[in-house]
Design a protein around this ligand. Structure first.
Ligand code: IMP
Length: 440
């Protein structure tokens, strides 16, 4: 039987999953996106040229890969087909290697407008508690429609009469809010219909029953990677609600978002950046607003690849990482961007929190974001290293203090670190215990 591996981020996204998936993709045949939409972004550099992908799994550039968008993904038809056509023009013939679920939902122009209008209004209000800082791609409203059972699925494209009446009903609802609540122009039925008619045939050619494809693939000894977008603490259920995205980015989402049962997964790799970043609003206890932030920003190139926003940065937070291991059933970790710590005099790791009210120590992450305001991080301070780790491929060649740093994290979170990334290149990687190597 082929193996099913989930690769996901253990933090707030942007952990460097793209490189690791790329690295493993020569040993698998399918890469599945199971949630999110074009809020995600991967920048690939191929032959010195930049390619940015938002919806299509990045492994698609390898000829052995079939890229799949599961039912848990929300698909913007124009964005998706523009990506397909852009790759075809560059000579990557992927049309026959990309499949979308009959049950994925369409993300349409009115979702995007709703996201923009809502965020604009919230930003203006003095009470900043409700401003999320979304990517304004329409992700939240598209999932709202899904949950409210008024969403339009790919398979609705086979039932145009029904689709047209659904669209009329949805536009009545959205246009009422646009006009009355947000005081904005309405969106015309014909303009939304145009996007649907322009893209319908192409989408239907790729639409299929993903669950059966994946089960059959395993039977034929094919390995599959399930690629989590965003990260654990942006998960709608387990993240720092309400400062989250609107889908399940945790490992459970791989099952519900692709249609194969929870017992199907063999390995869950948690990708963890050696420090923390987040984009948009929300709690962040170890955030640094000082020269450490400048260091992470400069050496980690911490600019969002979808929106170009500067990422907030801070020290690694182990209570968060432990919770992530717990909610995802993580098998092992891949530590990324070790080289970004090069040159720091001291490196801090948050090992627990202290209550500002009563000095009590906490090892758990509070459920309510307001409760984070009463906590401060307790740090273990480790000596940094002057030598470069960039590009090192063997653990024994790392500076002693870097080895020590990795061992301490492993001890404190009690699961193995399997892979360490020491630079952006595929080759800048240390395989430590290679559990994954044995599996696929
Ligand atoms: P949304 O997914 O556009 O609704 O945004 C909700 C929150 O998730 C915002 O704080 C975004 O900045 C964040 N977010 C969404 N996608 C990503 C991503 O791919 N990387 C990092 N943060 C993201």
């Amino acid at each position: 039987m082929g193996k099913n591996i989930i690769v996901l981020g253990t933090q707030w996204g942007d952990e460097g999953k793209g490189k690791i998936i790329d690295l493993l993709s020569n040993r698998v045949n399918y890469i599945v996106r199971y949630q999110g939409g074009h809020n995600a972004g991967h920048t690939l550099v191929v032959n010195g040229k930049k390619i940015v992908l938002h919806l299509i799994p990045s492994g698609i550039l390898r000829k052995n890969i079939t890229g799949i968008l599961g039912n848990g993904v929300v698909i913007s038809p124009y964005v998706f087909l523009n990506e397909v056509n852009m790759l075809e023009k560059k000579g990557y013939f992927i049309k026959n290697r990309i499949k979308i679920s009959n049950s994925s939902f369409l993300l349409l122009k009115y979702h995007e407008l709703m996201d923009i209008f809502r965020e604009e209004q919230l930003k203006k209000k003095s009470d900043n508690d409700f401003y999320i800082g979304t990517t304004c791609r329409g992700i939240g409203p598209a999932y709202e429609d899904k949950i409210a059972r008024r969403g339009i699925r790919i398979s609705d494209l086979n039932h145009m009469d029904l689709l047209i009446s659904k669209l009329h009903r949805n536009l009545d609802f959205y246009n009422f809010l646009f006009r009355k609540y947000y005081k904005k122009p309405i969106i015309e039925f014909d303009s939304v219909m145009k996007e649907i008619l322009d893209t319908r045939n192409e989408l239907l050619k790729m639409a299929t029953d993903i669950s059966t494809i994946l089960i059959d693939a395993n039977k034929k000894n094919k390995n599959v990677i399930f690629e989590g977008a965003q990260g654990t603490f942006l998960d709608i259920d387990h993240g720092t609600y309400p400062y989250v995205t609107s889908s399940n980015s945790t490992s459970g989402g791989a099952s519900t978002g692709s249609g194969i049962g929870p017992r199907s997964f063999d390995y869950i790799l948690g990708v963890t950046k050696c420090y923390l970043t987040r984009v948009g609003s929300g709690p962040f206890l170890t955030e640094q607003l000082n020269e450490i932030d400048s260091h992470f920003f400069k050496f980690g190139k911490e600019l969002g690849s979808s929106t170009g926003r500067r990422r907030r940065t801070g020290w690694l937070d182990l209570p968060l990482l432990r919770k992530s291991i717990q909610v995802n059933s993580i098998s092992s970790l891949c530590l990324t961007k070790l080289d970004v710590l090069d040159g720091l005099k001291n490196i801090k790791i948050c090992v627990s929190y202290r209550s500002l009210k009563n000095n009590k120590k906490f090892h758990e992450v509070p459920d309510h974001y307001k409760d984070w305001e009463d906590l401060e991080p307790i740090y273990e301070i480790l000596p940094g290293w002057n030598d470069r780790t960039k590009g090192i491929k063997l653990f024994s060649l790392l500076p002693k203090n870097a080895q020590n740093y990795i061992r301490i994290i492993e001890e404190l979170v009690k699961i193995p670190i399997d892979i360490i990334s020491t630079g952006p290149d595929r080759l800048d990687t240390i395989f430590l215990r290679s559990f994954l190597n044995k599996l696929i």
